[in-house]
Design a protein around this ligand. Structure first.
Ligand SMILES: Cc1cc2nc3c(=O)[nH]c(=O)nc-3n(C[C@H](O)[C@H](O)[C@H](O)COP(=O)(O)O)c2cc1C
Length: 327
């Protein structure tokens, strides 16, 4: 059986987008985001060399396409399924090489709809490998990676996600060069490279740069409620909005329907829904537990409850602990 995603064009205008998030943006979490109303979902960032070392297979039980390393077959590196997540899926990669990026794009070809280059990650791991935000310092190299993908993977969208440079004119200049490569959209995380997420996003700066290119610009930063989506679009004049932490804490942030929002405002309801999705695709329990604990964020002040959740060792146990809270 060879399962592939069908060809599609992606509309990057007026879209509510699930941001790429390491350890969070896995298939079952993306499924939840889609069900709640996300129009486009990003995978977590995956490093080129790791993907290139993986083998593709189809899980007979679930019908999900899985990429795994031979030495750790139980730990799925990347998975997808057009039936489980029918909306546009963007595979985000960490790379510092046009050649390796292209090899990934070709290898995974049937299992994504668009490919995105992470140019914003400030972590040591990325910077020391000349990936992530390091690419912002070498415009020629970054544009070479992007144009190599655009030229060779002509029937899939290529995009990138950047951060703000120190001054507006440098950011605009970079965006213009990126546009010239033929990418279909640019996501801009409205923070400077050294800034942590707790620093307020500079959405006002997005308003100064969004007019500078003709391709869609995706605003990212501090979207924490459904109403913020329109507010951010108006403030920044960006085409679409991408949401990271707001979606972890409340996946129903994408839902326009107040009934859905109301139902999902109960964190225990959200956690049980997530458990269903994780179990449906036989997701590794430890990863599911990590994500579910994070969805509680600060919403549960109940330390004993969170401790017992984090100590649970099976889906069944976790369901039982959460279920008691709903009695
Ligand atoms: C848990 C977590 C993991 C993240 N992983 C990635 C990643 O893999 N790739 C990426 O480009 N950004 C990553 N980010 C950054 C987010 O995509 C986003 O740019 C940032 O959190 C700002 O959006 P927010 O204010 O909506 O949280 C991550 C953020 C969080 C909170």
């Amino acid at each position: 059986m060879f399962l592939a995603r069908t060809q599609r064009t992606i509309n990057y205008r007026n879209a509510k987008i699930l941001a790429p998030m390491v350890r969070i943006g896995v298939l079952p979490f993306r499924m939840i985001a889609e069900q709640c109303g996300a129009d486009i979902v990003y995978s977590e960032e995956l490093v080129d060399k790791k993907l290139l070392a993986c083998t593709r297979s189809i899980n007979e039980e679930t019908g999900v396409v899985e990429y795994t390393l031979d030495k750790q077959p139980e730990r799925v590196v990347y998975s997808t399924s057009p039936t489980h997540e029918p909306k546009p899926l963007v595979l985000q990669i960490g790379t510092s090489s046009a050649e390796l990026a292209l090899q990934v794009a070709e290898k995974i070809y049937y299992d994504y709809d668009a490919i995105d280059i992470n140019c914003g990650c400030p972590k040591h791991f990325s910077i020391s490998g000349n990936m992530g935000a390091a690419l912002l310092k070498d415009r020629v190299h970054l544009c070479n990676i992007l144009s190599t993908l655009v030229k060779n993977i002509s029937d899939k969208a290529v995009t990138c996600k950047i951060r703000l440079l120190e001054n507006v004119s440098d950011t605009i200049n970079l965006m213009k060069h990126i546009e010239q490569t033929g990418v279909q959209a640019i996501a801009v995380h409205a923070r400077y490279v050294p800034q942590r997420p707790r620093v307020k996003a500079h959405l006002d700066v997005l308003g100064e740069i969004s007019h500078s290119v003709d391709i869609p610009i995706i605003a990212n930063g501090d979207c924490f409620a459904y109403q913020d989506i329109d507010r951010i679009k108006q403030l920044t004049k960006c085409d679409s909005v991408m949401i990271a932490r707001g979606a972890i804490w409340n996946p129903a942030i994408f839902a326009s329907d107040p009934v859905v929002q109301e139902k999902w405002s109960n964190p225990h309801y959200v956690a049980l829904k997530m458990l269903d999705q994780f179990e449906q695709v036989r997701h590794l329990f430890t990863s599911a537990k990590y994500i579910i604990c994070r969805t509680y964020g600060d919403s549960s002040k109940d330390g004993a409850f969170l401790t017992s959740l984090s100590r649970s060792s099976s889906y069944e146990e976790m369901r039982c602990i959460i279920g008691q809270k709903l009695l």
